[in-house]
Design a protein around this ligand. Structure first.
Ligand code: SAH
Ligand code: SF4
Length: 351
């Protein structure tokens, strides 16, 4: 049993079932989420008999790093992590000023099949458990803690491998666990969930009125083009998607982010920008445009700086805030799923 899969009530139930007082569960929780201990031996505040019981019962090493890559500017670290069943996922740490943003995975592979995405090209293997999602954050939290007391994770984006809303319950359970004030105490507003546009899940998410930020991968404002890039559009088309987004903003009062991978000559033209302006009219939103990260399975090319700037200008002149994200970590294949897909082809790389 993976220890990070337990919430505090389940842990308390187990510990008291061993005839231990309930406060022992609290001590374990504090050790895990405030001290970042990752093996039973580190819990020196507990009786040896309890530590032995923990070692027998729980799996602590949810994730084993098999490859660590730092970008040439040293600001981005990408880690390939092996799960208990041998599958691999990736998690990225991006440093920018005081920000420490983690990009974590929610699935092994992805069922959505977006043509431009390395994870989509891989297909779906399985969902991550809530504990496997939590463990990615704790892995980096511990690493930063070792660098210095004040070096802490500031933001977590669920933009690694997988579609978080296809693994809804485990994703939300992971967020809740990391959010626990008695544990890691990571504020809901510091999370961003990114979805390819699963409309019923967007509605459910809106109704739960969480403080978590929502990003929607749009990439096209016309159904034919979007369906070619993102098969999910055949299930939930742009009109339904934007309607759900408008409802989300109305229900929660929160701004929504639209992601747009700028592909040269495909969706980075002035006409595309103008169509997007019409589509998003009156919606409390922000557009995050990022030059496409080229992948082997997709022939599209990244936009150029000039084209990206022109795209951004049209949006902003029409009252839609737009950021063109700098490509971080491109030299370490920090695009979604790119490292893991390369690994699949070379399973014998050193660990
Ligand atoms: N499945 C979710 C979250 C993971 S993907 C989603 O699709 O939103 C995170 C973001 O990376 C999405 O906006 C996705 O469209 C984008 N992305 C995937 N492959 C990309 C690539 N090759 N270049 C640029 N962005 C990419
Ligand atoms: Fe899945 Fe997101 Fe990649 Fe699409 S972009 S295949 S939804 S991970």
């Amino acid at each position: 049993m993976l220890i990070y899969d337990l919430d505090i009530s389940k842990l308390t139930e187990l510990v008291t079932g061993w005839n231990e007082p309930a406060f022992r569960a609290k001590q374990i929780w504090t050790g895990l989420y405030k001290n970042f201990w990752q093996s039973p031996e580190e819990f020196t505040n507990l009786p040896i008999s309890l530590r032995e019981k923990m070692a027998e019962t729980f799996v602590f090493n949810a994730l084993t790093p098999t490859l660590k890559l730092d970008s040439s500017d040293g600001m981005t670290r990408k880690t390939l992590l092996r799960l208990q069943d041998g599958r691999q996922i990736e998690a990225v740490l991006m440093r920018y000023d005081r920000r420490r943003t983690l990009c974590i995975s929610t699935q092994v592979g992805c069922a959505m099949g977006c043509t431009f995405c390395a994870t989509g090209q891989m297909g779906f293997t399985r969902h991550l458990s809530s504990g496997e999602i939590v463990a990615q954050v704790m892995y980096y939290a511990r690493m930063l803690h070792a660098f210095g007391e004040n070096d802490v994770v500031t933001n977590v984006v669920l933009m690694g491998m997988g579609e978080p809303f296809h693994n809804y319950d485990n994703t939300m359970a992971a967020i809740d666990r990391l959010n626990d004030p008695d544990g890691y105490n990571f504020g809901a507003r510091r999370f961003t969930i990114s979805t390819s546009g699963l409309v019923p899940a967007i509605r459910q998410f809106a109704s739960e009125k969480r403080q978590v930020n929502l990003a929607v991968s749009l990439h096209a404002s016309e159904n034919n083009l979007r369906a070619n890039m993102m098969p999910v559009n055949k299930r939930y088309n742009i009109e339904e998607l934007i309607q759900a987004c408008r409802e989300y903003v109305e229900t929660t009062g929160r701004r929504i982010t639209f992601e747009w991978a700028l592909i040269n000559g495909v969706n980075d033209t002035p006409e595309e920008a103008r169509k997007l302006v019409v589509l998003l009219k009156g919606l409390l939103c922000h557009v995050n445009a990022i030059p496409l990260n080229p992948t082997t399975g997709y022939e599209g090319k990244a936009t150029t700086r000039e084209r990206a700037d022109a795209f951004k200008l049209i949006l902003e002149q029409n009252g839609i805030p737009c950021t063109v994200r700098i490509r971080r970590g491109i030299d370490i294949q920090a695009g979604c799923g790119q490292l893991a897909s390369r690994q699949d082809k070379k399973p014998s790389l050193p660990s």
